[in-house]
Write a protein that binds this ligand. Structure first.
Ligand code: MRU
Length: 359
C-alpha cells in the first residue's frame, strides 16, 4: 500500500541482499522509520518488541530471521537454534510456527552451503504468497460489503474493526481491512469504526494511520463504544483478523474481540473473521487450548503519545502501587462468528466450513 504516494510493504529484502528491512511500527503514527535487520537476534527483537506485529507479518519476519541466522550458522544445529529463538518471541500467533515449519521443510534437505540463498529465497516466497492470499481475501470479502451497499441502496456501509488487521499486520493488503480497501477502491461508500484497542492502541495508531493514508473515511472510538454503536444501528458488519483459529472454528484475536462478537450477536450484526490458511491451527481442536500471551503490565499502566512540541513520551496513567494484568488476546467461540473470509472464499465458521475449503 502507499504512504505519501510511495508504495510500501511491511518487510522486504535489504539492498545488500542479506538483510531484511521493516517499518518500525512502534514509531507509527508519528514517524515513518525503516529498520534494517541483520541478525537472528535483531529479527527476534523486532517481533517481541512489536516493531513488527500482526500474525502474518510475525510469520514473515520469522522466515527472514531464519535466513539471517543461516548466515552465521547454516548447520542443522544452527537451524534448530534459530527456530527455538524465534518461536519463543510471541506465543499466540500460529503463523510464527507455520513459517518456521515452512523454512525447516525447505532448508533441511539442502546442503549447508546452499542454505543462506535457499532461506532468503523461501522467505521472499512466503512474503509474496501472503500478499496474494490477502489480495484474494480482499476480493472475497468485498462481495459481503457490496451486498450491504445494495441493501442500503448505496448509502454508506459502516464496518467496525478491532486492533489492526490491515496491511501493517501482514506483508501487504491486510486481512480484515483488505475487503474494505477493495470496496473503497471500487467506489462503494464505506466508513470504518476503529476500536482504539487498548492497551497498545493498534487501532488508534495503526489502523487509523493506514486507513487515513488510503483515504478511507473512519472514526476512532474508545474500546467500549462498539455495543452502543450496534444498539443504535450504526454498524452494518464487523470484520476482524485472527492470530490463531482452531480446527473447530474458534478464533483467538486481540483482547476485546470476544466482547465485540457478543455485542454483535445480541444485536443481529454480522461478525466476520478474515484469515489466510497460515492462521489455522489444525493441531488444536478447541480455542480453549490456545496459549494466550501475557505482556508486561507497564503496557496497561502507561501510555505513549505525542506532545504538542512533537516529542513522543510515555506517561503513567495508574497509581504506581496498583497491580495490572495484560492479557493480549482472547478467544471468540465459533458460534459467535458469522463466517470466515479466506483466500479460498467465504465459509461458515465451523469445522465443516473450514474443511469445505481446506480438505
Ligand atoms: C492480520 S492480523 C490478525 C491479528 O494478528 C490482529 O488482529 C492482532 O490481533 C494483532 O495483534 P498484535 O498484538 O498487534 O500482534
Amino acid at each position: 500500500m502507499n504512504i505519501d504516494g510511495k508504495p510500501y510493504r511491511t518487510i522486504w529484502l535489504g539492498s545488500d541482499g542479506v538483510s531484511a528491512e521493516i517499518i518500525d511500527q512502534t514509531k507509527l503514527p508519528f514517524a515513518l522509520e525503516i529498520v534494517t535487520l541483520r541478525t537472528l537476534e535483531e529479527a527476534a527483537h523486532a517481533i517481541s518488541s512489536m516493531q513488527v506485529r500482526g500474525a502474518p507479518l510475525i510469520g514473515a519476519t520469522a522466515a527472514y530471521g531464519v535466513a539471517l541466522a543461516m548466515r552465521e550458522d547454516a548447520s542443522d544445529a544452527g537451524l534448530a537454534r534459530a527456530c527455538d529463538v524465534l518461536a519463543a518471541t510471541r506465543p499466540t500467533a500460529v503463523n510464527l510456527r507455520w513459517a518456521l515449519d515452512e523454512m525447516v521443510a525447505h532448508l533441511q534437505p539442502l546442503p549447508a552451503d546452499a542454505r543462506v540463498a535457499g532461506a532468503f529465497a523461501r522467505a521472499a516466497e512466503i512474503c509474496d504468497q501472503d500478499v496474494e492470499a490477502c489480495r484474494k481475501i480482499g476480493e472475497h470479502g468485498m462481495g459481503l460489503i457490496e451486498a450491504h451497499a445494495e441493501r442500503k441502496k448505496g448509502e454508506t456501509v459502516n464496518i467496525l474493526t478491532h486492533c489492526n488487521a490491515g496491511w501493517l499486520a501482514t506483508v501487504d493488503w491486510g486481512t480484515a481491512l483488505a475487503p474494505i480497501y477493495k470496496a473503497f477502491d471500487k467506489g462503494i461508500s464505506v466508513h470504518v469504526w476503529v476500536d482504539e484497542t487498548r492497551p497498545r492502541n493498534q487501532g488508534a495508531s495503526l489502523t487509523a494511520f493506514e486507513l487515513g493514508a488510503h483515504g478511507v473515511p473512519h472514526t476512532i472510538v474508545a474500546d467500549n463504544t462498539g455495543g452502543h454503536l450496534m444498539q443504535a444501528g450504526l454498524v452494518d458488519l464487523c470484520i476482524v483478523g485472527t492470530d490463531r483459529t482452531t480446527a473447530n472454528g474458534d478464533v483467538a484475536n486481540k483482547i476485546g474481540t470476544y466482547l465485540k462478537a457478543l455485542a454483535a450477536k445480541d444485536n443481529g450484526v454480522q461478525f466476520f473473521v478474515a484469515l489466510p490458511h497460515s492462521t489455522i491451527d489444525w493441531t488444536l481442536d478447541d480455542g480453549r487450548e490456545i496459549p494466550i500471551e501475557q505482556r508486561d503490565a507497564s503496557e496497561v499502566t502507561h501510555m505513549t503519545g505525542q506532545l504538542p512540541d512533537g516529542k513522543v513520551e510515555t506517561v503513567a496513567i495508574a497509581p504506581p502501587a496498583s497491580r495490572a494484568a495484560n492479557y493480549a488476546f482472547d478467544v471468540t467461540p465459533a458460534r459467535l462468528v458469522t463466517g470466515f473470509i479466506t483466500e479460498r472464499g467465504v465459509t461458515p465458521a465451523s469445522r465443516e466450513g473450514l474443511s469445505l475449503l481446506y480438505s
